[in-house]
Design a protein around this ligand. Structure first.
Ligand code: SAH
Length: 186
């Protein structure tokens, strides 16, 4: 199986209802749903699309900004070596950490705080996934990306795939998306 096929398999095996408290009975629908605090669990097809774009393998060290429900985190965890995830809302941080631990995910490190400045102590990262919409590309995240790294990030309503090749930065607009806002200092 190649990286894409593996990600599709993990996605199909993942039960989204495990990451929802309300709206559980609608978890099969391809929609975002509220998870409290004005935030949402992302639309499954978009989670899959963004994860495939990131082109993860079992050696990837990944930074995720916006843990939210932990649904995207779970898929990243399955497809990579280690995931560092940052969430700024304490209740969501605690809830997703408990949930993912209970479900048996062991290769995830959790941080409460402003992820727009990244997680410097563990940088660089092979891959960065941002699940909230930034108004511009956060410099700190670009800096914490490894040479030959990739980042998927919504900027405004553009879903951007950013690739670093020998220090050179390439940006591709993939599609239009709507995400909750990335709140932070960047
Ligand atoms: N992938 C998640 C998406 C959650 S919505 C899921 O499917 O459940 C986006 C999340 O990003 C929210 O939980 C929000 O609180 C968080 N967020 C927004 N700005 C942030 C920031 N600067 N640092 C960390 N998390 C942030």
């Amino acid at each position: 199986m190649d990286n894409k096929e593996r990600i599709i398999k993990y996605y199909n095996d993942l039960d989204r209802s495990c990451f929802m408290d309300e709206y559980k009975e609608q978890s099969h629908m391809d929609n975002p749903f509220p998870i409290g605090f004005g935030q949402t669990i992302s639309q499954p097809s978009l989670v899959l699309k963004m994860t495939i774009l990131l082109d993860l393998d079992k050696n990837s060290k990944v930074l995720e900004i916006g843990t939210g429900s932990g649904y995207q985190t779970a898929l990243l965890s399955k497809a990579s070596k280690i995931v560092y995830t940052v969430e700024r809302i304490e209740e969501l941080h605690i809830r997703s950490k408990e949930r993912l631990t209970r479900l048996g995910y062991t290769n995830i490190k959790y941080k409460l705080g402003d992820g727009s400045s990244g997680w410097k102590e563990n940088a660089p990262y092979d891959r960065i996934m941002v699940t909230a919409s930034a108004s511009k590309l956060p410099n700190n995240l670009v800096e914490q990306l490894a040479p030959n790294g990739k980042m998927v990030i919504p900027v405004g309503t553009d879903l951007i795939l950013m690739t670093k090749t020998n220090g050179e930065i390439k940006k591709e607009v993939i599609t239009k998306v709507i995400f909750v806002s990335l709140v932070g200092d960047y």
